[in-house]
Design a protein around this ligand. Structure first.
Ligand SMILES: Cc1cc2nc3c(=O)[nH]c(=O)nc-3n(C[C@H](O)[C@H](O)[C@H](O)COP(=O)(O)OP(=O)(O)OC[C@H]3O[C@@H](n4cnc5c(N)ncnc54)[C@H](O)[C@@H]3O)c2cc1C
Length: 497
């Protein structure tokens, strides 16, 4: 298994003792880790096929310390990799042999709650679920809910623009973050956005959300909170074929209904989840939708009737409505535990993340079945179906020579097909190292260079998280113009007054 990464800088490696000393001068105590065994827990993130112990780990706890670390590394030409909780599935937090890993675990405080303005200010190491926990007794919650929410950090969510089952109706992280404090690579501290939905000036906050730790280290986040809807009910809808389920998803949205969540599982995923958590899923169907409607009770009941009618027209064979909160939670428990449940089917699985136009779900699944036969590997599917966001889980055994390579090639083909169908390479897990070399499938060289020019405006020495997201590592000075897009007309001279 090989991954093309920048060659470690031997001159930097030789300076490791000096670097450790300099970091200890900034962050005293035991927060600088350089012992080989103590570095092991940091050697990978959720993409565990790739491992690389970092040169050294530092765990700052104030913005001033982050600023001093980055300013020193910038002046000395030392690379930096930011890390939240390390649950990234795209290798975004994968260390580099010659880089300082800045762990944000000690930034774990909720700084303020403002119910009147419906916002919470947190440090980036606070977990996603802890935001909801902080406000739930007053009837509020934080809407984006990745399945990893018990562990993943808000800083990681900002960097990956994370989503979850409720993002269909309530938006991804980018729609729920109002402001950040971010430290740039030269140590400068910048505040972007604020407490309002639409601050003035260029939307640099929009740029930072989803920037995968390439533009700066986020040290504070202001998020929106929402009042819990009066009620929520979930429907389990089973279909004898995935085509009917895919059509039902498209028809519900086309009818103007936006469920709070609309998830789909195929037969292998249904069986794995049911065996694992006993959620009450039907086992005689090929595809299962979990659809949640929320709002005031009268509206909820009305929408449930409409969704049920659409499902029947699309050929559903099973339809169950949650009778109470316990049953609603049970319906979701199966979906939320789908990854670990599928993890019991094979020694390893590779979780993909691509997005397609939702009406093309059935043909995507047909194509995946063909790929599964071609590669000789099973695949189980769990989707954020309402968003067209696929999570195929390719089952393999890393101990069988060549099987991981086949799983990766299978995954690449899935993502290429997502783009061919009019979709994109990622729905929520980010590009990282995992999809980096597929970026040219979606973007032209001109597009990629323009994105890198933006990175250069934040990090002119390309020291922050290099080797992630961009397939080619250009020096900033090399990013000159290529040529004008064919057919593009240059701006005419502006009239002079
Ligand atoms: C079982 C499982 C289920 C998952 N389900 C979902 C899901 O439903 N939806 C979803 O979107 N994702 C999901 N994920 C992926 C992952 O949890 C998210 O991408 C999450 O946002 C990563 O957060 P983290 O704190 O673990 O970040 P890390 O993994 O530590 O880092 C991720 C990226 O963020 C950068 N970063 C971290 N903190 C900062 C900071 N303070 N400033 C700047 N950059 C930073 C890192 O450099 C890296 O590029 C799942 C992962 C697992 C293991």
């Amino acid at each position: 298994m090989s991954l093309r990464m920048p060659e470690p800088d031997t001159a930097i490696l030789r300076r490791r003792p000096d670097i450790v000393r300099a970091l200890r001068a900034i962050v005293p105590g035991d927060s600088v880790i350089d012992d080989v065994d103590a570095l092991r827990p940091y050697e990978s993130d959720g993409l565990t096929a790739y491992r690389q112990p970092p040169m050294v780990v530092v765990l700052p706890e104030t913005t001033a310390q982050v600023s001093a670390i980055l300013a020193w590394c910038h002046a000395e030409g030392v690379k930096v990799v930011p890390r939240g909780s390390g649950t990234s599935l795209s290798g975004g937090a994968l260390p580099l042999a010659d880089a300082v890993l800045v762990g944000m675990a000690k930034f774990n405080r909720v700084l303020g709650i403002d119910y009147a303005d419906r916002l919470v200010v947190v440090q980036p190491g606070v977990t996603n679920l802890a935001v909801t926990r902080a406000v739930e007794e007053r009837g509020f919650y934080y809407a984006p809910d990745p399945s990893s929410q018990i562990a993943c950090s808000i800083g990681g969510n900002v960097a990956e623009n994370s989503g979850g089952v409720h993002c269909l109706k309530y938006g991804l992280t980018t729609n729920n973050v109002l402001g950040v404090e971010i430290v740039l690579m030269d140590g400068e501290v910048v505040r972007l956005g604020g407490r309002q939905l639409d601050p003035a000036g260029l939307d640099l906050l929009g740029l930072v959300v989803g920037s995968e730790g390439l533009l700066g280290i986020v040290t504070e986040v202001t998020v929106r909170i929402l009042p819990r809807p009066e009620g929520a009910r979930a429907l389990l809808i089973g279909f004898p074929d995935v085509e009917g389920a895919g059509k039902c998803v498209a028809d519900v949205i086309a009818a103007g209904i936006i469920p709070a969540g609309m998830e789909m599982m195929d037969r292998p995923a249904i069986h794995a989840a049911e065996a694992f958590v006993k959620a009450g899923y039907p086992l005689d169907v090929e595809a299962l939708l979990v659809v949640e409607l929320d709002g005031v009770s009268a509206e909820c009941d009305h929408l449930i009737e409409k969704v049920a009618a659409i499902a029947r027209a699309d050929g559903s064979t099973t339809l169950r409505l949650s009778r109470d909160e316990a049953e609603r939670t049970a319906f979701w428990a199966g979906r939320k535990a789908a990854f670990p449940a599928i993890g019991r089917l094979a020694p390893d699985y590779y979780c993909m993340d691509g997005t397609i136009p939702r009406r093309r779900l059935p043909e995507m699944l047909e194509h995946m079945r063909a790929l599964s036969r071609r590669y000789g590997l099973d695949v189980a599917n769990v989707f954020h179906a309402g968003d067209g966001n696929l999570h195929p889980l390719i089952l393999y055994d890393a101990n069988i020579p060549g099987e991981l390579d086949r799983a990766e090639a299978f995954g690449d083909d899935i993502l290429r097909h997502c783009v061919a169908l009019g979709g994109v390479l990622t729905g929520e897990h980010g590009v990282g190292v995992e999809k980096r070399d597929l970026m040219p499938v979606m973007f032209s060289e001109i597009d990629l260079r323009q994105q890198q020019r933006l990175k250069c405006a934040f990090d002119p020495k390309s020291l922050l998280n290099p080797g992630k997201m961009f397939p080619t590592l250009h020096r900033c000075a090399e990013l000159g113009r290529l040529h004008v897009h064919q057919g593009a007309t240059p701006f005419p001279d502006l009239p002079r007054f």
